[in-house]
Every structure is written in structure tokens, then in C-alpha cells.
Ligand binder design. Structure first.
Ligand code: HEC
Length: 114
């Protein structure tokens, strides 16, 4: 294999492996940039101005439908302002947020000090 071919294969392999991670990082950046965090918290945990939206965000169709069309306390983000391509990446970020450890599995919260 020539050096050039080797490099190409290497770059493609690294790219494929990290694309899901890259999407999550991009989603987090967009989530911050368009201001979702201001009401929903930096991890979607909720805050004074908005409810918890992660972990376990709504399914994609309902999520997109809501974000584009809501007319209640949350301002709608029309498709022109936040196209599905970008919203999908935000959704991927919210989906990547792990469930917290259940209280029953945290020793300190169960009267066990060790
Ligand atoms: C100005 C504050 C504000 C901003 C900014 C905001 N939201 Fe909201 N969001 C709300 C409030 C308040 C609700 C509760 C429903 C309502 O009254 O509109 C909500 C509800 C939601 C829900 C529905 C939750 C459920 O379980 O019913 C989703 C999903 C959501 N927001 C996603 C987003 C995303 C994604 C962004 C960024 C693109 C965003 N929000 C930006 C305030 C905000």
C-alpha cells in the first residue's frame, strides 16, 4: 500500500469511528449556540424557565414537531431558523445523555458509608 493510500484509509477509519461522537459534540455546541440551554440547562436537566428534556428525550418526530411549532411558553424555532439537519444533531446530543445512577445504587444515600 502506498503511503498516500494508507493515509486515506487511516483517515476514513478514524472518521467512521468518531462520527457518532463528533455528532454529539456538534449537537452540544449547537444546543448552546441557539440557546436551548438557557431554559433547559446545559445537560437538558431543566431550569427555572424550562422543563427537563433529557435524559430520554421525546422521539424524533414529536421532538421536531414540538420545537418547530410550539406556541406556548417556549418560542418556536421554525425550520428556517433551525433546519431539521441541525435539530437532528441537537436531538442526538440529548439522546447521548446518560441516565443518572439510581439512588438505590448510591451507598451514601442508603446509610452505607463505605
Ligand atoms: C425561552 C426559554 C426556552 C428556550 C430558549 C427553549 N425552550 Fe424548550 N421549552 C421551554 C418551556 C417553558 C417548555 C414547556 C412547554 C411550553 O410551555 O412551551 C419547553 C418545552 C420543550 C420541549 C417539550 C418537553 C416535554 O416533555 O413536553 C422540548 C423537546 C424542548 N422544549 C426543546 C427545546 C430545544 C431543543 C430548544 C433549543 C432549540 C429549546 N427547547 C429552547 C422553554 C424554552
Amino acid at each position: 500500500m502506498t503511503m498516500r493510500k494508507f493515509l486515506l484509509v487511516f483517515v476514513l477509519a478514524v472518521h467512521a469511528g468518531s462520527s457518532a461522537q463528533a455528532q454529539v459534540a456538534e449537537g452540544r455546541a449547537l444546543y448552546m449556540k441557539v440557546g436551548c440551554y438557557q431554559c433547559h440547562g446545559t445537560e437538558g436537566q431543566g431550569g427555572n424557565a424550562g422543563p427537563r428534556i433529557a435524559p430520554g428525550p421525546m422521539a424524533w418526530e414529536a421532538f421536531a414537531q414540538f420545537v418547530h411549532n410550539t406556541s406556548d411558553a417556549m418560542p418556536p424555532y421554525s425550520d428556517a431558523v433551525l433546519p431539521d439537519m441541525e435539530l437532528k444533531v441537537i436531538h442526538a446530543f440529548l439522546q447521548s445523555i446518560a441516565q443518572p445512577t439510581p439512588v438505590s445504587q448510591i451507598p451514601l444515600l442508603n446509610g452505607q458509608r463505605k
